[in-house]
Design a protein around this ligand. Structure first.
Ligand code: ZN
Length: 267
């Protein structure tokens, strides 16, 4: 049994304010400067060994971008008042049900529908299976996966802030490729940004989910949608520790967070 202790540590990396009248490249604001991000990584189901790497990556991203970021596994952050401070909330390698109590769930719904940003990374679809609004937020639920494989990613929309980093229509990508209980493309509100070519890896090698058909055919992995006045982004990528040191993947996360926070343009 894995015991999870509430963890909260806040890292404030605030941009220095320049009052200079001379707009040199150094003091022109970067897109997203002044961002405040809440990263929630509570785990009640499968624990990913890559979680420390994922937290380190987001810390380094925040430091480099002069964002303020708060990492926590403490669900009491989910109040209307506290969430109102953040441009985006990231569910980072969360798993399990009832991570949030009923009041905290309502606060996340108010936050997103009122204009907040949500980003789910890798296991966000393996989270909160019994919460209907969350099902809408993430767009689908995880049902299983084969072992880690290298496969062909198809970048369907290359002009989105979270996919420009891939720099090609297709590329080889090594990861644990989740299958889902539905095709999110069937929801007209969902914008599918990337999918995986099931013919490029052995999806039938399925030792842990033997009685589940994880073949989807059309198999989206990355998508986004508007929820009320807010934005929700989902990426199924991000299983292995080394991915969080991969510059392309880090830029994917940066673009996702900026888009969710409505701080980056997307066509
Ligand atoms: Zn995984």
């Amino acid at each position: 049994m894995i015991h999870i202790l509430p963890v909260c540590f806040c890292i404030a990396v605030l941009a220095s304010i320049s009052f200079s009248q001379n707009r040199t490249p150094e003091n022109i604001q970067q897109p997203g400067q002044g961002m405040n991000v809440l990263v929630f990584s509570k785990t009640l189901g499968f624990y990913h060994g890559s979680k420390p790497n994922a937290i380190k990556a987001l810390y380094e991203i925040a430091h480099g971008k002069k964002w303020q970021v708060t990492f926590t596994e403490d669900s009491t952050f989910f109040t209307d008042k506290e969430l109102s401070k953040y441009n985006a909330v990231v569910f980072l390698l969360t798993t399990g049900n009832d991570l949030l109590n009923e009041d905290e769930k309502r606060a996340l719904q108010h936050y997103v529908e009122g204009g907040g940003g949500f980003v789910g990374v890798h296991t966000a679809t393996d989270t909160e299976f019994k919460w209907p609004w969350y099902e809408k937020l993430v767009g689908a639920y995880f049902i299983g996966h084969p072992p880690v494989h290298e496969a062909r990613l198809i970048i369907e929309k290359r002009d989105h802030p979270a996919t420009r980093c891939f720099g090609a229509d297709t590329l080889k990508w090594k990861d644990e490729f989740y299958s889902f209980d539905r095709n999110p493309r069937m929801n007209s509100n969902v914008n599918v940004l990337a999918s995986v070519d099931e013919k490029s890896y052995n999806i039938d090698e399925n030792p842990w989910f033997k009685n589940v058909n994880i073949v989807m055919g059309d198999h989206p992995l990355i998508w986004c949608q508007h929820i009320g006045r807010g934005r929700s982004f989902h990426t199924a990528l991000g299983h292995m520790p080394e991915l969080y040191d991969n510059e392309m993947f880090r830029n994917h996360l940066i673009g996702a967070i900026l888009w969710a926070a409505a701080k980056a343009e997307a066509k």
